[in-house]
Design a protein around this ligand. Sequence first.
Ligand SMILES: *[C@@H]1O[C@H](CO)[C@@H](O)[C@H](O)[C@H]1NC(C)=O
Ligand SMILES: *[C@@H]1O[C@H](CO)[C@@H](O)[C@H](O)[C@H]1NC(C)=O
Ligand SMILES: *[C@@H]1O[C@H](CO)[C@@H](O)[C@H](O)[C@H]1NC(C)=O
Ligand SMILES: *[C@@H]1O[C@H](CO)[C@@H](O)[C@H](O)[C@H]1NC(C)=O
Ligand SMILES: *[C@@H]1O[C@H](CO)[C@@H](O)[C@H](O)[C@H]1NC(C)=O
Ligand SMILES: *[C@@H]1O[C@H](CO)[C@@H](O)[C@H](O)[C@H]1NC(C)=O
Ligand SMILES: *[C@@H]1O[C@H](CO)[C@@H](O)[C@H](O)[C@H]1NC(C)=O
Ligand SMILES: *[C@@H]1O[C@H](CO)[C@@H](O)[C@H](O)[C@H]1NC(C)=O
Ligand SMILES: *[C@@H]1O[C@H](CO)[C@@H](O)[C@H](O)[C@H]1NC(C)=O
Length: 493
Amino acid sequence: MAALVFFLLGLIVSAASADEDAFIGVNIGTELSDMPHPTQVVALLKDQEIRHVRLYNADRGMLLALANTGIKVAISVPNDQLLGIGQSNSTAANWVSQNVVSHYPATNITTICVGSEVLTSLPNIGPVLVNALKYIHSALVASNLDRQIKVSTPFASSIILDSFPPSQAFFNHSWNPVVVPVLKFLQSTGSYFMLNLYPYFDYMGSNGVIPLDYALFKPLAPNKEAVDTNTLLHYSNVFDAMVDAAYFAMADLNVTNVPVLVTESGWPSKGDSKEPDATLDNANTYNSNLIRHVLNKTGTPKLPGTAVSTYIYELYNEDMKAGPLSEKNWGLFDANGVPTYILRLTGSGSVLANDTTNQTYCTAKDSADEKMLQAALDWACGPGKVDCSSLLQGQACYEPDTVLAHATYAFDTYYHQMGRTPGSCDFNGVATITTTNPSHGSCIFPGSDRNGSLLNSTIPAMDSKSSGSRANFLYGDVLSAVIGVLGWLTVLL
Ligand SMILES: *[C@@H]1O[C@H](CO)[C@@H](O)[C@H](O)[C@H]1NC(C)=O
Ligand SMILES: *[C@@H]1O[C@H](CO)[C@@H](O)[C@H](O)[C@H]1NC(C)=O
Ligand SMILES: *[C@@H]1O[C@H](CO)[C@@H](O)[C@H](O)[C@H]1NC(C)=O
Ligand SMILES: *[C@@H]1O[C@H](CO)[C@@H](O)[C@H](O)[C@H]1NC(C)=O
Ligand SMILES: *[C@@H]1O[C@H](CO)[C@@H](O)[C@H](O)[C@H]1NC(C)=O
Ligand SMILES: *[C@@H]1O[C@H](CO)[C@@H](O)[C@H](O)[C@H]1NC(C)=O
Ligand SMILES: *[C@@H]1O[C@H](CO)[C@@H](O)[C@H](O)[C@H]1NC(C)=O
Ligand SMILES: *[C@@H]1O[C@H](CO)[C@@H](O)[C@H](O)[C@H]1NC(C)=O
Ligand SMILES: *[C@@H]1O[C@H](CO)[C@@H](O)[C@H](O)[C@H]1NC(C)=O
């Protein structure tokens, strides 16, 4: 059973000045069988101190609930309204009047996303995209809101080809007739290049060529870092490489001053048997590291110090999403507002209302060799000075009587005895740190400050009703990434 642990997540810096530099926002998808009421959604956002959100539409209830909260809102023109807006100035003006003017400034709408991944999901609408952007923008100009509200359109990263090495990236030339005028529009209106960026899919599609650690922002051995042989820039994570690929692809079209805004990125916490890396720990690691990376203003190797603000995909697990199990499990929360996992945000300054990173545990790896586990267990209960009495027959942690379960108990106890120093959860590589409380029944593990009762909270049963706006992603992005990465890394080997 996947144990869930409560956490308290405060995402966003409160200082307004920091907002201008870099922010973390959250996408709010609504394909839930029990979608919370807008007032509940906003209550969750406030509790968690989430100050930037992106909606996939311009839902009136949400915009009203977000009024006077200080939360900054990106709204969207849904793809199914794009054709009408791209063909008619007055339709665009009506849309802006109804969905923007009537809510602003009480609701702080800062951004309008015109469509979503239009070229890759609805290519036949591509030709009207530029006009849709221009018409929405001119309606904002007419309402004197064009300086407060930016207009752009999120692209799937699959539109960028040969992303690795980043310096060779370029836009799929088939789309230059759309991309070139879109970039000119973004340049002339001071807007962003919006990119949906999923290292998870790049990793999944790479057949092992992309190391998991590289996708998860984990430290890499220097000889494993990817080097762009044209620029000699070192890349230690997929996210930075993809953002730089976007900058290089724009530069290839002579556009150099349009900042990248990542409109979606995340990692699923649960998957089916073909998705072994959609786990709570990986989702936690990716999103925690992503948040730290963005708020640290590290920038990318190409543009160090330039903020790459990012909206995490996504606030809620969407149980009605079609596709593999992972599609329903990208959320930071379930429909009840119960966190899926505890983000580990230590060291990212004042972004957390509550530092919950004390809730970490050391556990034996499922995949570990049993002999090595036994040796590590013997060591922990002997020279390691762990009190292993509760592993004896009849004691609380005897069941299940497996080396794996007993080793986990001993490792976690040792880890906490040693003050949770990083090196104290290794045991020759058979142990790993987790946020999942391994306590069960009356066997309470060190570090579980809530007495194991948290095991009671589970993700509600998921059903599989269909829909799904992001389905095409699984194909396009992976293919281009695989092809690109294979080429690049092969050179390095
Ligand atoms: C932080 O923790 C305290 C005590 O557990 C709680 O009352 C408060 O609501 C939490 N704050 C947030 C933002 O979660
Ligand atoms: C659309 O409307 C704007 C003003 O709202 C105007 O400047 C522009 O010329 C119009 N374009 C067309 C094609 O009608
Ligand atoms: C909306 O957010 C922007 C960006 O942070 C800020 O400059 C502006 O003052 C806010 N507007 C309102 C009405 O709160
Ligand atoms: C480029 O875009 C065209 C049109 O959508 C598509 O048919 C083609 O497969 C794309 N090329 C690559 C390499 O993805
Ligand atoms: C970019 O600039 C170069 C040099 O000025 C020019 O040759 C090239 O045609 C330009 N490319 C585009 C897509 O505008
Ligand atoms: C934050 O930035 C500093 C300097 O730019 C860097 O040394 C540090 O490793 C960064 N931390 C994280 C978590 O990225
Ligand atoms: C976390 O643990 C450290 C040392 O174990 C302790 O000093 C600190 O107060 C703890 N923080 C919280 C929020 O419990
Ligand atoms: C844990 O639960 C037991 C039995 O319910 C209770 O006696 C004990 O005080 C609890 N410990 C903590 C730390 O809450
Ligand atoms: C466990 O969860 C169920 C359903 O959410 C609830 O009715 C029950 O009281 C919970 N048990 C404990 C011990 O918290």
